[in-house]
Structure formats: C-alpha cells, structure tokens
Design a protein around this ligand. Structure first.
Ligand code: LHQ
Length: 264
C-alpha cells in the first residue's frame, strides 16, 4: 500500500516513524488517513525491525482531530452516526497505540485539538514543541471528548483539571501541559524532531521486549487492586526473565561490557 496522507518508514535503527501528512487541514483525520495509519500500525506490529514507534505531524499542526469538512451536515440531511465512526476508526486507533508491544513516542509539533489532543495521551512518552497546545475542542461543537480522553485525562491531571479542559475547551499550552503532568517534556520547536528521534533511537537499542512489558504493567495499574498488580508483576517478570535480552543484560553486566539487545 502506498501512502498519500502519512509519511511512514521503518529504519535500520529500529525506529518506525509515522508522520501525519495533511498539513493544510492541520493533519485532521479523514477516512483515507485513518486507513493509512491503520495499515502502518499493522506493519509496525508485524515488523521484525521496528523496536519503537515515533508518531508526529507535518507542518504547523500535530492533528486537529476529525476532518470536519467530512462531517458537515446539510440542512435536512440524515444525521450521521458518530458512534459508528468512533467504533470503526478512533477506538481501534487508540487501542492499537496503547496495546502496541513497543514504546510509542509522540512528538506534538503544533496544535493538537479534538481527537488529536487525545491521541498523544494514549502514547507512552509525549514530547511537545514549546509552541504546541492542546485543545479539548469537542465541547465547542456539541460533542463529547473521545479517543479515550474521558478516561485518560482525569488519570493524568486529576478530575478538576480534566473537567475544566473538557467543559471549557480552552487552549492548554505545552508548558502548562508539562507542569500538569499531561505530557513528559516540552522542548524548543527547532529541536523537537531531533530530540524525539534521539529518544526513539536510545529506546530502540534497549531491551524493548522488557519495555513493552513495563508499558503493559503501568497501563493496567490504575484498574487493578494492589494484590492484582503484584500478581501481574509476577507474571510479566516471568516472561521478562525468559527473554534473550535479560540473559544478555546480566551477562554484559557481569562481564563489564556494553549489552547488545535484540528486543526479544
Ligand atoms: C480543519 C480542521 C478540522 C477540517 C483545522 N477539519 N479542517 C470523532 C468522530 C466523528 C466525528 C466528529 O469528531 C470526532 C472527534 C473530533 O476530533 S471532534 C473535534 C474536531 N476538531 C475540532 O473541532 C478542531 C477544529 N479546529 C480548530 O478549532 C482550529 O483549526 C485549531 C484551534 C485547531 C487551530 O486554529 P488556527 O491555528 O487558527 O488554524 P485555522 O483554524 O485557521 O486552521 C487552518 C486550516 O486548517 C483551516 O483551513 P483554511 O483552508 O481556512 O486554511 C481550517 O479550516 C483547517 N482545519 N481544523 N478539524
């Protein structure tokens, strides 16, 4: 499949780069872009080479959510079933980012609005350009935050701030987002791509099978009781302990050499 609305590559360094590429529409999602992103994520999941995914956007925006030009309802026309669009596209997208057995880095290069503000929250490490911002724009057009927003926001920033963001739809600066714990780190615009790639390459050389298990454990932690989480840690440690990377890590430590991890 050739891609028209995204840029996608998997490098020899193990970094899969997926960049949303509809800059004139601030990388908002139409059906074609959804299908391309879905295909790219499938390729990442099945790739032998991909060890980390880096998600970003081309142009001055990261993603403005749903392409509203696709959703303009003419007077008298039948009202669309937005639930179907969520079921068909947004929910599978968010699930696949969250469940991808690789670390997912999101580099928010500009404004992130609507579903575009919530996709980064489903990723594992979010960097944002200083000029970027996050807008829960849904309330301004009579909609409900989707793409996991109502679940992720309160867990990340607490209920008071989540409600303010979702009910007011005001622009949250990248710096404020970092201070609130919504994202990992703000960097200067000029260095965002390099910083994110540097982080991705660093992670790609780490024991990424183990990193995927860490991600699984942390993703479940707010839903489990303490005892359940201890049991999950036991199960995941059992898997980690059987990996080649664990053997390599211990052997390299004992022999005072640099480990070479394979992600399995
Ligand atoms: C756009 C969009 C856009 C099309 C900017 N669509 N063209 C799920 C399921 C099903 C249905 C509904 O929704 C959902 C989930 C959602 O995501 S709902 C929320 C949808 N998104 C929004 O409501 C955000 C709409 N955009 C904005 O509020 C502004 O564009 C922001 C605040 C993102 C950026 O503002 P500015 O920096 O002032 O840029 P701009 O507004 O001038 O936009 C630049 C261009 O991008 C412009 O086109 P033009 O031809 O005039 O240059 C916009 O029309 C276009 N654009 N967002 N979502």
């Amino acid at each position: 499949m050739s891609f028209q609305h995204i840029l996608f590559s998997i490098g020899d360094d193990g970094v899969a780069l997926l960049s949303l590429n509809r800059p004139e529409q601030l990388n908002s999602f139409n059906t074609a872009m959804h299908l391309e992103v879905r295909e790219a994520l499938k390729q990442v999941r099945h790739s032998e080479r991909a060890r980390v995914l880096l998600l970003t956007g081309e142009g001055r925006g990261f993603c403005a959510g749903q392409d509203l030009a696709d959703r303009n309802v003419a007077p008298g026309a039948e009202l669309p079933d937005l639930g179907q669009s969520i079921e068909q596209f947004y929910n599978p997208l968010v699930r696949s980012l969250r469940d991808l057995p690789l670390p997912v880095i999101c580099a928010v290069n500009g404004v992130a609005a609507g579903a575009g503000a919530n996709l980064p929250l489903a990723c594992d490490l979010v960097l944002a350009a200083r000029s970027a911002s996050f807008i829960q724009a849904f309330c301004k057009i009579g909609l409900v935050p989707d793409s996991g927003g109502t679940w992720l926001l309160p867990r990340l920033v607490g209920m008071a701030r989540a409600k303010a963001l979702a009910l007011l739809g005001e622009r949250l600066s990248a710096e404020q987002a970092e201070q609130w714990g919504l994202i990992h780190r703000v960097v200067d615009d000029a260095v965002l791509r390099d910083e994110a790639l540097g982080l991705a390459r660093h992670l790609a050389a780490q024991p990424t099978y183990g990193l995927a298990l860490i991600k699984r454990a942390l993703n479940q932690s707010f839903d489990n009781r303490f005892d359940e989480q201890l049991e999950l840690e036991r199960d995941l440690q059992r898997l980690a302990g059987r990996s080649e990377d664990y053997r390599e890590g211990v052997s390299a430590f004992m022999n005072k050499r640099t480990p070479v991890f394979k992600g399995r």
